[in-house]
Design a protein around this ligand. Structure first.
Ligand code: SAM
Ligand code: SF4
Length: 340
């Protein structure tokens, strides 16, 4: 048995918050069709938290009992000098897990440095293995560069690597088995994510392109034998994983399903998000938030003010999200702002 839970962050429904997703930029070198509009307006520079401010927020959460930080964005690895923040967080006492979500475009260059800096876990987005389709889904992405990045990450020896794929009907649903095989050959995990209605996009109709986790699972089971669904690492996360039985590699590839529509995971929620403008978002699917930038930049601001603001924010964490694809999105912020 591990030590008793020490988080001081407990919400009004008794859920313990021990995980934050910290967005280090809302900017990105891609424009994925489900995440962004083609023409985006990003946060004005003066509103963007400095690396020092991001570090102060991370430190405050860890002091309050958070054990895991995931750096995300936008594309976290295009933020100037982001490695200095990663190195500092990697050495932070009390932090058990430093994770990063990336589109992989910079990984060929940065994978070994990230590993040495203490990143234990990487999520890398990959929606297609067809260069033309990959380009059409990401608008700017180069598939060869991303695959080279994934292979560099595998070679760097991260304890956990998971591919993330958002599947859209008629676009990349014919590639599900190829994506599983790609992960299996590398001994890494893969998660399929149902598209969420975050931000207003006009590139496709989200209701028409919706692919449920249940149908993807059925499709995968035609080719692979999947074990029971489980959460062996106790991540209490939204992904429900199945092992591929008979995977050749030691640990075995797991296939995860993240189903915000078809399987509500809110009762297990242990996380909050902080945008790069310092907005503490208490739920992915609600607008409840607290302005930590205002706290940080107030005259005579102290570290204690930050700790107090975070602690008292917990009572604003909503019970659950309600996503409805048949209507205009209630959440107008895009995923790159939210920090996926
Ligand atoms: N740029 C990095 C990346 O793509 O991995 C990190 C940020 S991105 C917002 C994080 C994750 O959110 C990605 O795996 C992406 O596929 C997913 N995502 C973006 N928009 C989404 C949406 N509307 N619904 C579901 N997942 C989405
Ligand atoms: Fe950029 Fe990631 Fe959003 Fe794609 S999903 S546009 S890579 S932030």
């Amino acid at each position: 048995m591990g030590p008793p839970h020490t988080t001081r962050l407990i919400d009004g429904f008794g859920r313990q918050v021990d995980y934050i997703r910290l967005s280090v930029t809302d900017r990105c070198d891609f424009r994925c069709v489900y995440c962004m509009a083609e023409d985006m307006t990003f946060a004005p520079k003066p509103n963007v938290l400095s690396l020092e401010e991001l570090h102060a927020i991370g430190a405050a959460f860890v002091q309050l009992g958070v054990r895991k930080i995931r750096l995300t964005g936008g594309e976290p690895l295009i933020r100037n000098n982001v490695m200095s923040l990663v190195r500092r967080l990697g050495q932070m006492e009390g932090l058990d897990e430093l994770a990063l979500t990336t589109n992989g475009s910079q990984l060929q260059r940065l994978a070994p440095e990230l590993r040495n800096a203490g990143v234990n876990s990487l999520n890398i987005s990959l929606d297609s293995l067809n260069p033309r389709k990959f380009r059409s889904l990401t608008r700017h992405g180069n598939l060869d560069q991303v695959i080279a990045g994934i292979d560099a990450a595998v070679a760097a020896g991260f304890p956990r690597i998971r591919l993330n794929a958002v599947i859209l009907k008629g676009r990349n649903d014919d590639e599900v088995l190829d994506l599983v095989e790609f992960a299996r050959q590398r001994g890494i995990d893969i998660a399929f994510i149902e598209e969420m209605p975050l931000g207003i996009i006009d590139e496709h109709d989200r209701a028409l392109s919706f692919c449920s986790s249940a149908e993807l699972k059925q499709l995968i089971m035609r080719q692979y034998s999947l074990g029971d669904q489980s959460d062996p690492e106790g991540t209490a996360g939204p992904a429900r994983y199945c092992h591929i039985k008979g995977s050749g590699d030691q640990r075995g590839t797991r296939v995860g399903f993240i189903s915000p529509h078809s399987h509500n995971f809110c009762h297990l929620c242990n996380r909050v998000r902080v945008t790069v403008e310092g907005r503490l978002l208490l739920c992915l699917g609600n607008e409840h938030s607290v302005d930590l930038r205002a706290v940080l930049r107030a005259p005579h601001s102290t570290h204690q003010h930050l700790l107090d603001a975070i602690t008292s924010a917990m009572s604003n964490k909503p019970e659950k999200h309600y996503f409805d694809l048949s209507d205009e999105p209630q959440i107008v912020r895009f995923m790159n702002t939210t920090g996926g």
